[in-house]
Design a binder for this molecule. Structure first.
Ligand SMILES: Cc1cc2nc3c(=O)[nH]c(=O)nc-3n(C[C@H](O)[C@H](O)[C@H](O)COP(=O)(O)OP(=O)(O)OC[C@H]3O[C@@H](n4cnc5c(N)ncnc54)[C@H](O)[C@@H]3O)c2cc1C
Length: 629
């Protein structure tokens, strides 16, 4: 019988990262998926990154993963979101060429050593006692293995809905995976029904573009990958997206037909993502809004499909036709695909350890949408962690766990395994308590060395990281040792830019702390820094300008670490503590923890709540201490 050390079920965004990570660590790995030609397929919007999701992509890249570089190779519009806001919330997003994204991913996996790709359906798991020993294919064939990673996405018992029409399948053009779901239930896994939806795709030649507002990407796009420096960037030609809006007439049509939407008729019982509502939901929930903004996004350079971002729907075809044709620019639009919703089984992620291995079945891992998340980035992030840990387990090595302060990946997995989620979970910057430490620009500084130590990052990439760190140190030193003097010439140059004059000798580093001065102004004032790369300039500016806040976050982190044994006073009223949710207050009241360490381990009590509790206890101590004086 054939044997692989690790078997990955599924070739979506979790599966590709998992298989690549496991194989890259030298483990004999098989990726088994329903359809080889759909490996790396972007099921919904061909866009990667976005708020908080961009950080996940950067972290996947820092760990040597594929999503960032694959996006760099196939992006057709790159945009830094929140570019003018604080560094903690800056995130990158790229519109990709859908066809090329999947092709590029398949090309990379095909040449990955230790990786075999097989097209088949896994119908069950083989166990001895509570340990994985293999998988069963649809035709009954068994394959031996030490570890299995299930990354089945939206495919378990999947049903697609469009109006009254119901079809089996994980997405249009793909079938459903039925037996695996039943097998998991038999093994005692708690499953629940979730739902997601997608908007129509329209033919670009049938849209009246004149009069629609265009939205271009960044003039100087920034790649996702930290390590690929030789790529001429951007690789592909860049395109514009366009903006249009729904209107009262379109809303009226939707409201009139709400009961024909399977979500409102009761046909769909699964829970959908609240933050990514369908147009039916938007019109119903925000009934006072007269219009909603829509983005018309090309799905590629040489394909006719335009993705209509903002009208995810499962209304029947005739209703989609009617309301879309009432939107400016879309009056004569030809539908290439209608919008639809998909309902599927997901596992309760609280049944998993932080390695993403099942708590009950040894060697069985889960990653991606099957764990109740939504989004490519969340899936890829889990995939790489599951792939690393399955490989480590197969080699009897210690597990690899990222903490919440290591990255958004740590936050994601901690939330999933500790708290779980009633609805499809997506990442937000607000979920992370140390946002200023977990920036996009420093993901490599947080993760590259950790990745290199477990051999998931190769020496070449680690050398690129070390060269960057040398450059950073060189330029930091140069800025600290270059001085400006309060000469007439310098102060005149400052005055010309409406900047406050200097009165004493100041270093370039100190000048950079001023909010109105950036690296480029410093070089115009005479600092010899024009040779520094944009990446280095940005990093030094952030570190200097936000030094105080970064220091505060680091202190808070240290405080939380040290506070493990801090006693919670008996009789403390949890309802008095500001900044924590009622749900968490209830949990604390029910459990009555004695120390902060205990509080932090209560399922559902977030690290942010523990930090608030710690501050409250400390303040109370100070108040009662000062009363005694
Ligand atoms: C209709 C639709 C709408 C969506 N809308 C959004 C959205 O608005 N926003 C958003 O962020 N995300 C959306 N998504 C979700 C996004 O596509 C997923 O988050 C992402 O693809 C999840 O990646 P994954 O690797 O977990 O699973 P998938 O990409 O779904 O991949 C699953 C893989 O598992 C394989 N597989 C399943 N069962 C078996 C089996 N038994 N044997 C072998 N192979 C198997 C499949 O062939 C597939 O390759 C949508 C998805 C769909 C289908």
């Amino acid at each position: 019988m054939e044997h692989f050390d690790v078997i990955v079920i599924g070739g979506g965004h979790a599966g590709t990262e998992a298989a690549h990570a496991s194989a890259r660590m030298g483990t004999k790995t098989a990726l088994i998926t329903l359809d080889q030609t759909r490996i790396g397929f972007l099921s919904c919007n061909p866009a990667v990154g976005g708020l908080a999701k961009g950080q996940l992509v950067k972290e996947i890249d820092a760990l040597g993963g594929l999503m960032g570089i694959n996006t760099d190779k196939t992006g057709i519009q790159f945009k830094r979101l929140n570019a003018s806001k604080g560094p903690a919330v800056r995130s990158s997003r790229a519109q990709c060429d859908k066809k090329r994204y999947a092709q590029e991913m398949q090309k990379t996996l095909k040449i990955t050593e230790n990786l075999t790709i097989l097209e088949n359906e896994i119908s069950g798991l083989v166990l001895e006692k509570s340990k994985i020993t293999g998988v069963t294919l649809k035709d009954g064939t068994k394959i031996n293995t030490y570890c299995v990673i299930i990354t089945s996405g939206t495919f378990l018992q999947a049903i697609m809905h469009m109006g009254e029409e119901k079809t089996e399948g994980g997405r249009v053009g793909d079938r459903s995976s039925k037996d695996l779901s039943a097998d998991l239930k038999n093994l005692g896994f708690k499953l629940r029904r979730l739902k997601t939806g997608t908007p129509p795709r329209l033919d670009k030649d049938s849209i009246d573009w004149a009069g629609l507002e265009s939205q271009t990407g960044d003039i100087k796009p920034i790649p996702f990958s930290f390590y690929i420096k030789s790529l001429p960037f951007p690789v592909l030609s860049q395109v514009s997206c366009f903006i249009t809006h729904t209107n009262e007439k379109a809303h009226e049509i939707i409201v009139k037909n709400l009961l024909r939407s399977p979500m409102y008729s009761g046909q769909i019982t699964g829970i959908g993502p609240r933050y990514c509502p369908s147009i039916e939901d938007k019109v119903k929930r925000f009934s006072d809004k007269r219009s909603h903004q829509l983005f018309l996004e090309p799905e590629g350079l040489d394909v006719p499909e335009i993705y209509v971002n903002g009208i995810s729907t499962s209304l029947p075809r005739d209703v989609q036709d009617e309301f879309v044709h009432n939107i400016k620019g879309l009056e004569r639009a030809r539908f290439l695909k209608y919008g639809y919703a998909v309902e599927y089984d997901a596992v309760d992620s609280r049944q998993l350890k932080r390695t993403l291995e099942s708590k009950d079945i040894e060697g069985l891992f889960f990653a991606g949408q099957v764990n109740g998340t939504s989004g490519y980035e969340e899936a890829g992030a889990q995939g790489i962690i599951a792939g690393i840990n399955a490989s480590l387990k197969a080699s009897s090595l210690d597990p690899f766990v990222l903490e919440r302060n290591d990255g958004y990946i740590g936050v994601l997995i901690d939330d999933l395994t500790l708290i779980g989620s009633d609805e499809p979970y997506r990442m937000f910057t607000s979920r992370a308590e140390y946002r200023l430490l977990l920036r996009e620009d420093n993901a490599d500084q947080r993760l590259s060395e950790k990745a290199w130590k477990i051999k998931i990052l190769n020496d070449d990439k680690f050398a690129i990281f070390n060269r960057k760190m040398d450059e950073l140190a060189k330029w930091k030193k140069s800025a600290a040792e270059s001085f400006f003097y309060p000469t007439d010439e310098t102060n005149q140059k400052l005055a010309l830019r409406n900047l406050t004059a200097i009165k004493d000798r100041v270093s370039a580093s100190v000048m950079l702390k001023r909010p109105d001065i950036d690296w480029n102004i410093l070089t115009e004032l005479g600092f010899d820094g024009s040779q520094a790369s944009d990446e280095i300039k940005e990093q030094i500016e952030i570190e200097l300008k936000y030094e105080g806040y970064i220091h505060r976050d680091l202190q808070m982190l240290e405080g939380v670490r040290k506070s493990e044994r801090t006693e919670i006073p008996n009789g403390l009223k949890f309802e008095d503590i500001p900044g924590i949710s009622n749900e968490i207050r209830l949990k604390l009241n029910q459990t009555r923890p004695e120390t902060l360490g205990q509080a932090s381990r209560i399922s559902g009590v977030t690290p942010a709540a523990v930090a608030n509790l710690m501050i409250y206890i400390r303040n109370q101590k100070e108040i009662s201490g000062s009363r005694h004086l």
